[in-house]
Design a protein around this ligand. Structure first.
Ligand SMILES: Cc1cc2nc3c(=O)[nH]c(=O)nc-3n(C[C@H](O)[C@H](O)[C@H](O)COP(=O)(O)OP(=O)(O)OC[C@H]3O[C@@H](n4cnc5c(N)ncnc54)[C@H](O)[C@@H]3O)c2cc1C
Length: 266
């Protein structure tokens, strides 16, 4: 009798692949199918994280798990479309769902649906060549507001301001290159609700942004005046806020006016 347990993992992002790795090390005889709706594995590591980020290299580590003889990657298989979970349960001893957070969270503020306002997920899917990506994003603007205080915001900012010759050396898709080259963005405003306690940038990414040639990182001293707050992640947050304090200059011109300009530019 065959004692090999058959496992299906839905989602070939880091969570699904790390789960496969842990199962492989369990000592149980297993055969693992990792299914993904997309043709290629690694989830947001491939289709989300900006192409100039070192963290992207974690794909090589994840790839080693997929290369194990007891693991098989099956792309273009969408659970709920091609197979239902009950169907999977009939064919496998266990089904593990690791589908991440595939939907962009809508910004619940008036004007969020106006032309020119896009979820960052659309932008990152586009420049990462996600097969379901939207058509080309219009970068023929001067001012862009990026809403959010995490590394995804910093990825987006870098793709908007970093020297194009640096970006095109990465594996951005061929059709993205001319749009990046024609980019006219000169000012990017990073809009963070609340203050330093809401900052989720990590220090290396923030430092990287501050060191980009031709990019001036400006911070209004009033925005970083209060402490970064205690609790989970306090040390990282304090360090990020210190970097921002190092960039604080005399009061920046009327911010409301600058932001309005983002939405009224031609
Ligand atoms: C722009 C950006 C920058 C980031 N930068 C960093 C960083 O610098 N450092 C860091 O540590 N993290 C970073 N992250 C976060 C990191 O990418 C995620 O935390 C991580 O990818 C989450 O892994 P996951 O496996 O849970 O989900 P995902 O990576 O989203 O993987 C889920 C997989 O499930 C698949 N799937 C979804 N639904 C189905 C279905 N019905 N059937 C089959 N398959 C399905 C998807 O196609 C996807 O491949 C960044 C994320 C983004 C978007």
């Amino acid at each position: 009798m065959n004692d090999v347990r058959r496992i299906a993992i839905v989602g070939a992002g880091p969570a699904g692949i790390y789960a496969a790795d842990a199962l492989c090390r369990s000592g149980v005889d297993l055969s693992i199918d990792v299914l993904d709706a997309l043709p290629a594995p690694f989830g947001l590591v491939r289709y989300g994280v900006a192409p100039d980020q070192k963290i992207k290299s974690v794909a090589a580590v994840l790839g080693r798990t997929l290369a194990r003889p007891e693991v098989r990657f099956l792309g273009n298989v969408s659970a709920g479309v091609h197979l239902t979970v009950p169907e999977l349960r009939r064919h496998y001893d266990a089904v593990l769902v690791a589908t991440g957070a595939p939907e962009s969270r809508r910004l619940d503020v008036p004007g969020a649906d106006l032309p020119g306002s896009r979820p960052a997920g659309d932008f990152v899917a586009w420049y990462n060549g996600n097969p379901d990506r939207p058509p080309a994003i219009d970068l023929g603007r001067h001012r862009v507001a990026v809403i959010g205080a995490g590394n995804m915001a910093l990825d987006v900012v870098r793709m908007l301001v970093k020297d194009v010759t640096e970006l095109v050396r990465t594996d951005v898709p061929d059709d993205v290159v001319p749009v990046l080259r024609a980019r006219t963005v000169t000012d990017v405003f990073v809009v963070v609700r609340r203050g330093p306690e809401a900052v989720r940038f990590t220090p290396p990414e923030l430092r990287h942004l501050g060191r980009l040639p031709g990019v001036d990182l400006l911070v209004d001293p009033a925005d970083v005046a209060v402490p970064a707050g205690a609790g989970e992640g306090a040390a990282v947050r304090a360090s990020a806020v210190d970097i921002l304090r190092g960039r604080a200059r005399a009061k920046i011109a009327d911010r409301a006016e600058m932001l309005r300009a983002c939405f009224t530019q031609p």
